[in-house]
Unconditional design. Structure first.
Length: 119
């Protein structure tokens, strides 16, 4: 639903907190636009597991929240649920690069790359 045809581009602001045993919880907000009239804001909580141990490497993530759609002056909202898989690659001591793919509802799929800072 982020685009009825072709693709949409967007940006993500995310925060996650490391829990014991390679788990993390957090929040993310995504804004996307299909460049022809559809704007979507997604807000979700996330639960992540790094399955090689630690807080880097391969992960799987579950997202749940709400998706807000603005199309042709009409506003609507729906439940958001998704699964994400990716790889957190550390860069130096505080930075990381994170390519990922996701599937879910109301979107079909997505791919992206996040960059971040560890505090």
């Amino acid at each position: 639903m982020n685009s009825r045809v072709n693709f949409a581009g967007g940006g993500v602001l995310a925060f996650d907190y490391a829990l014991p045993h390679s788990f993390a919880v957090g929040l993310n907000v995504t804004a996307s636009n299909n460049f022809s009239g559809i704007t979507v804001i997604e807000s979700a909580v996330l639960f992540r597991w790094y399955f090689l141990g630690g807080y880097t490497g391969f992960f799987v993530q579950a997202d749940g929240g709400a998706s807000f759609l603005l199309e042709d002056g009409e506003f609507s909202h729906v439940f958001l649920g998704g699964l994400r898989g990716g790889f957190r690659l550390p860069l130096k001591s505080k930075f990381y690069l994170e390519p990922y793919g996701r599937i879910g509802y109301p979107f079909a799929f997505g791919v992206g790359v996040l960059t971040g800072i560890k505090f």
